[in-house]
Ligand binder design. Structure first.
Ligand code: MN
Length: 289
């Protein structure tokens, strides 16, 4: 199992320099993996970032949320095609970086919708994400659809919805991506949705209820980590936190990051690394009870 950190803990700028800084500090905090937001995949000099990543020994994954212009759940085929092109470019960049997973809100726009998803829009999304996952399989990259709260998607708000979506898309390379921050808003508890996803679960985000320091909010991490152990989960577990101290203008506005919950990303990251590993050690010991 790889324990990772989202780059937004360290920087709001994901050009080559910003990404290098995030890679160095993720490694320094003790993580195994960095998740790089690929909101603009063409900002990176992939060769130099890959060289640094290999030096640190970190694994690499990438995530993004689509916009209204690239919304795969649009009824407009041209918008869907634009989303397909962006995600195809992300796969190329991730391949150049030696990455293993492309995840996030890659199946619709990451925004507050003002109406429910339509049947046609949902079908567009399922078809396009299924094709993306099949293409990614040939590159050795797993694709995950992140379940987020109702203010960030109208399509996948619960684990059960994501399992149905993944089964419809019919690609073995497509998995469910759960995030404790979103689960805390939409799910009945932090245990059941993990069992619901079962072997379909392929990626995990660890976030607090307010997206700050782990253990300072209301997320039931004890239940969540027990559930991961219960299904024998072995995929990436990635810490995600956002503060107005570190701002990416598009991402932080979309996510509603208005408050400063921390100012020292290095301290936050080292604390999260230790917190997650401590939880995993605790649940592993249950086997001996
Ligand atoms: Mn997340």
């Amino acid at each position: 199992m790889q324990i990772g950190c989202h780059g937004s803990v360290f920087t709001g700028s994901f050009d080559t320099e910003g990404t290098r800084l995030a890679v160095e500090r993720t490694a320094a905090a003790g993580f195994d993996l960095i998740e790089i937001p690929l909101l603009d995949p063409d900002l990176l000099d992939t060769a130099s970032v890959r060289a640094l990543v290999e030096e640190t020994g970190l694994g690499v994954t990438a995530s993004l949320g689509l916009s209204a212009e690239t919304d795969l759940s649009s009824e407009d085929p041209e918008v869907v095609a634009a989303g397909g092109r962006l995600l195809g470019r992300c796969l190329e960049v991730l391949t150049e970086l030696g990455g293993t997973h492309l995840v996030g809100v890659i199946y619709c726009a990451m925004r507050k919708y003002l109406e429910p998803a339509t049947a046609l829009g949902r079908q567009h999304s399922v078809d396009a994400v299924g094709r993306l996952a099949e293409r990614a399989a040939g590159l050795g990259i797993r694709v995950g659809v992140e379940v987020v709260n109702r203010y960030e998607s109208n399509l996948l708000n619960t684990s059960r919805q994501a399992v149905a979506y993944v089964e419809e898309a019919a690609s073995d390379n497509l998995c469910v991506h759960l995030d404790t921050y979103h689960m805390n808003i939409e799910e009945p508890d932090l245990f059941t949705p993990v069992l619901t996803a079962g072997e379909r679960l392929g990626y995990v985000h660890i976030g607090e209820s307010h997206r700050g320091y782990l253990g300072s909010g209301t997320v039931d991490f004890d239940a969540f980590f027990r559930a991961l152990a219960g299904i024998g989960y072995d995929g990436p577990v990635v810490f995600e936190s956002f503060s107005s101290a570190v701002v990416h203008p598009d991402l932080s506005n979309t996510l509603g990051i208005w408050r400063n919950l921390w100012s020292d990303g290095d301290d936050l990251a080292a604390h999260a690394n230790s917190y997650i590993r401590g939880q995993l050690r605790s649940v592993a010991s249950i086997d001996q009870h």
